[in-house]
Design a binder for this molecule. Sequence first.
Ligand code: ASP
Ligand code: CP
Length: 307
Amino acid sequence: MRHLLNPLDFKVDEIDHLLNLAHDIEEHREKYAHVCAGKKLATLFYEPSTRTRLSFEAAMLNLGGSILGFSSADSSSAAKGESVADTIRVISCYADICAMRHPKEGAPLVASQFSTIPVINAGDGGHQHPTQTLTDLLTIKSLKGRLDNLTIGLCGDLKFGRTVHSLINALVRYSNIHFVLISPQELKIPEYVREKLINTQGVTFTEVSNLDEALPQLDILYMTRVQKERFFNEEDYIRLKDSYILTKEKMKLAKDDMYILHPLPRVNEISVEVDKDPRAAYFRQAQYGVYVRMALIMTLLEVDKPC
Ligand code: ASP
Ligand code: CP
């Protein structure tokens, strides 16, 4: 039995296989309509979500399976003090696979140690968000045709943004990747992520605070929201929340084939006028999230690809 807790749990060739499966699903949806009939997915969400939970549920329904779960800690027995370990033991009796989002870093890892079904990390605190990364990889591959030889700008809250940490983890394994890390001083990437970048051969990175200067060199701009819920005091959040706002005017500085990704939700960091730009790929990215989660569910449940 396998879990997905960190993008590194899958080798590069396994990720390639998964992305190819997701691509086939996108092309031939009807072929996959019943492959998970009789299987159940539990979504255990202790933190708010729109895309991750609903795209997991859509993915399982698209595969012919069923869904159950809760969408906040308050509506589960966590509110009465039940531990993650006990909860997952019980959920293992009800479902075949589960996706868990939790505000505490490492909670899905703890769950996996007590689970008898595959556990998928759907976001743990400011740590990792591997299924967003699979979504991001599928989006980049579909739009740019490759996952190597890219200059990728990561902009915004690089400190608390778990999608950034997971994406870096995954992309350092491809060749000739250059990261431009764009953030205010206080929101730079955590030390453990920086060490990973320093210790990986063939990866280069620069840390800057000015988005305009970085824009012309980028193949991908990955914008992120300042993670309000991870701040210790509101004053700091208010001071930093509008550090970057991507506008139509700024997009004139970008290459014609630079794509904008954003895991969403967006607050202020991308002006809505940018949505009409053909390079704005964040809503397409959300759609790719369904295909890749269908591929992931099939892979973890060891469901064969239909002919
Ligand atoms: N939805 C993503 C996450 O849960 C990004 C965000 O919330 O800003 O990490
Ligand atoms: N991208 C993402 O994780 O969105 P939600 O927080 O809405 O699930």
